[in-house]
Design a protein around this ligand. Sequence first.
Ligand SMILES: CC(C)(COP(=O)(O)OP(=O)(O)OC[C@H]1O[C@@H](n2cnc3c(N)ncnc32)[C@H](O)[C@@H]1OP(=O)(O)O)[C@@H](O)C(=O)NCCC(=O)NCCS
Length: 142
Amino acid sequence: MLENLEYIENDLSYEIYYKLRDSVGWRNFSEQQARNALQHSYYSIVVLHQNEAIGMARIIGDGIYFIIADVIVVPEYQGKGIGTTMMKRLLAYIDENVPVGGRASVQLIAEKGKEVFYEQQGFKRMPHEHCGSGMRKVIYKE
Ligand SMILES: CC(C)(COP(=O)(O)OP(=O)(O)OC[C@H]1O[C@@H](n2cnc3c(N)ncnc32)[C@H](O)[C@@H]1OP(=O)(O)O)[C@@H](O)C(=O)NCCC(=O)NCCS
């Protein structure tokens, strides 16, 4: 486990967002679209090591439904428990904000092969006994 990591809440900049997505080969969005999206995060985390951003994760949500997105640890720092810590913090934040007697549905799309990472945090693969398949439609615009 690495020491001297800082976990910064709700201060995910476009520059860090762009760089971290790029570090794992994820296609980026236009600057305008990304800046707008980041402003609408329900909660975000950036992990710093020696003032360098090495991880991020964010939640989009309305208090009932939450989507976990952009969970990234840069390749040199993967496998050291940072992704797990980020996920625990995201889930703790949601848990703190669910009212007593209420409930929340936390959803995400796992990259192929990363399902176990999320199962370790209590997510269930779909379909299962209560749900059909998760579904997605991507809208492209030229
Ligand atoms: C997925 C990711 C966020 C995990 O973060 P991490 O800090 O490397 O993960 P951890 O060190 O906390 O690992 C926890 C567990 O997740 C699983 N896991 C981690 N990386 C994995 C990988 N690349 N493939 C499959 N399982 C993985 C392992 O089961 C691991 O448990 P173990 O330590 O007992 O073996 C990170 O590898 C990453 O950013 N990958 C590229 C981007 C990505 O795929 N993001 C997820 C999108 S759905």
